[in-house]
Design a protein around this ligand. Structure first.
Ligand code: OAD
Length: 284
């Protein structure tokens, strides 16, 4: 196990030991290496059919199939950049033009043309089927709303708007002129994404609503997140603590895998969601 993963595993264990006795958990039925994909899809369809209030927690992985790079892992943004140098509020305050040039400009160009993929559409379909109530997303790309989900909590804010650092006026990102960097408000202030930089607080409303949604659900789908950034990664812990099933969809294991999650469906969000929806539709 890599040192970082080990560190987080230990952190989760410590956290769990503090808040929930291990005996609270039902015996987990799955061993990652012993259960076939077909069985996991069937299990997920059964669990969704039985669930009454499904909440999803999503991360960058659900948007990779829309052409948006993730942060960690192969091809991830943090392979190219040190997040503390480029995505920390202090870095932005020190040199907004640098952060705009290295990060925000590219992101704007990518997001201006990105559209939802089968992973987003699958979650929207689950809402249409009356199963899923809320999506808590760490993503700032707006693709869950574009796919049709109506209750989306943007845990790390939104890239749809830029905000003036002086007067707080907001501008629709797609209409912001970036011929001059950093772009400015009509008052002369510098524009920044209306999203959360490292070193900033999670918007209070998003924090409390997410915590509530996680505690109220009876099944949480955790899709495409490495589950290493807090406090977002605590939402599955709150769900578990309240007795919900936690199901991960991710091509890789995470610190939640078989610690918090009941099972991991190892695959890409789009493909897995398509299969789950098909299996669920044949049941109801
Ligand atoms: P990460 O980039 O940390 O993790 C992406 C996860 O998606 C990994 O676990 C991948 O294995 C998985 N993945 C990749 N392709 C996938 C696919 N097609 N289907 C499903 N899963 C796939 O992204 P987040 O967990 O979202 O915060 O990162 C959390 C936060 O860290 C972000 O919101 C951002 C970042 O720094 C801020 O900027 C504040």
């Amino acid at each position: 196990m890599r040192p970082l993963a080990f560190f987080f595993k230990k952190k989760y264990e410590a956290l769990l030991n503090r808040i929930i006795p291990t005996s609270y958990y039902p015996t987990r039925p799955f061993n990652l290496n012993e259960v076939s994909m077909d069985d996991l899809i069937k299990q997920a369809a059964d669990d969704l059919a039985a669930a009454r209030n499904v909440v999803a927690l999503t991360g960058a992985g659900i948007s990779t199939e829309s052409g948006i790079p993730p942060f960690r892992g192969k091809g991830g943004l943090w392979e190219k950049f040190d997040p503390m140098e480029i995505a920390h509020i202090d870095a932005f305050m020190r040199d907004p033009a640098r952060v705009w040039n290295l990060l925000v400009k590219d992101l704007k160009e990518t997001l201006d043309t990105a559209s939802p993929n089968d992973g987003h559409k699958g979650l929207a379909k689950l809402e249409e089927m009356g199963k899923l109530t809320t999506v808590i997303t760490q993503n700032i790309d707006g693709l869950h709303q574009a796919a049709g989900n109506t209750d989306v909590i943007e845990f790390h804010g939104s890239f749809a708007w830029q905000r003036c650092m002086d007067c707080s006026q907001k501008y629709e990102t797609s209409k912001v002129d970036i011929s001059e960097i950093p772009p400015r408000c009509s008052c002369g202030g510098i524009l920044r994404p209306d999203a959360v930089f490292f070193g900033e607080m999670i918007p209070q409303d998003a924090m409390w609503r997410s915590r509530q949604a996680a505690s109220d659900c009876d099944l949480m789908l955790v899709v495409g997140t490495s589950a290493v950034v807090q406090p977002a990664a605590l939402m599955p812990v709150y769900a578990k603590e309240s007795g919900a099933k936690v199901v991960e969809i991710n091509p890789e294991k995470t610190p939640l895998t078989l610690e918090i999650s009941d099972y991991l469906i190892m695959g890409k969000a789009g493909e897995v969601m398509n299969r789950i929806i098909l299996a669920l539709e044949s049941k109801i």
